[in-house]
Design a binder for this molecule. Sequence first.
Ligand code: SF4
Ligand code: SF4
Length: 322
Amino acid sequence: MKRPVIQFALNDYCSHRCWYCISAPTWEGSKTGYIDKIGLDKYFDFLMGFTQGHTCTFRFGGQEPTEHPLFYPLLLKLLATEHYIEVITNGLKLEDILTDEIIQYKNKIKWEMSYHLGMYIFDYSSSREDKWNGSFIKAVKCGSVQLVIPMTPGLLRDELNLDDLFNTLRDAGDVTFELIEFYYKDYPRAYTQEEKQRWFELRNEYQEPISMEEIESIININRVMYLKGMPCYYMNRIVNIMYDGSTRLCGAGFPPKIGAGFKIKNHASPCDYDSCNCISLGYENCLKPLGMNYTDYLLLNRPEIKKTFLKKAMVTIKKHGL
Ligand code: SF4
Ligand code: SF4
C-alpha cells in the first residue's frame, strides 16, 4: 500500500505577501493554532492517533509552517519516529532554522519548496536570490528536495540563470524539479512561442521528457478534472488537519468532507465530487493507480471537459446571479 499521509497545518499565516496567493491575505491569518492550545507533546500524540498502526508520511502544510515557532521542535519529535516527513514551504527561512542535527535523518525527509517570486513575478528581481539559494542548498543537505517553479515570463527570459541554479543544486544532492505553468490574468495562454520553447528545453533537460504537444495540452486545459464515480484512494489514504484541529477528507473536491471517521484502507472509494479541482491530486490518487496516462486523459477528454465546464459554469452563474 502507498504510504498514508497525515497532512496538517500549524498556523493559518504566511508573511510573504504574494499578491497571487490563492489563500491571501495569509498575512492577516492566525499565527497560532491547535498546537498552541494543547501544547507540543499533546499535539504530537494527537497526530500519532491518525496513524492507526501504519507507517505514514507526516506532511507539514500550511500556510507557511516554518513561520510557526514550534515547527522545529515538532519536526525533531516526528523524525525520531518510524514515520516519514514532507514539508511544503516557500523555503525562505530554512537556511536560518535548519541545524546539522537534521542531516542524520536525510533519508526520510523531503522538502517540497516553491519558488515564490512575490512582487517580482514578471520582472525578476535578485533581492531574494541569495536567501533562496542558501535555503535550497541547506535543504538538499538535509533531505531530498522537490523544487516547484512556476514558469513566469521573467524566468523564461532567463533573468535568473536557471541552468546555474539547477546544476548547483543537482551537484549538492537529491533534487527534482517541477517546472509548472504560471497562472495569472491571461496566463498560461499568453506565453509567447519563444517562452514555450524555452520551457520545453528546460523541462527536457531537468524534468522527465515531455513533448511540445503535452506542454500545449497543459496550457490549454482548464485546471479541473471530472472524475466523479471513478475509484480514488484519496479519502482512504490522506487526512487533512486544519490549523484549528478540525479534520477534512479530500481537500481537492468541494465542499470537503469532515474527516472525523478517517480510516486508513487499502482500497479506493468512488469519487463523490462533481469536479476535482486539483489535477495533481486527482492524477496521483485516481488516474495513476488505474494506469491511466495524464496526457491521454487530457487529449481524450478535452472536448467533453470544455462542454461540461461551460454547462456547469452557466448553472453556477444562474444560481448565484453573477
Ligand atoms: S509564499 Fe505561498 S503561502 Fe506565502 S503568500 Fe506566497 S503563495 Fe501564499
Ligand atoms: S478524484 Fe479528486 S475530488 Fe475525487 S476523491 Fe479523488 S482527489 Fe478527491
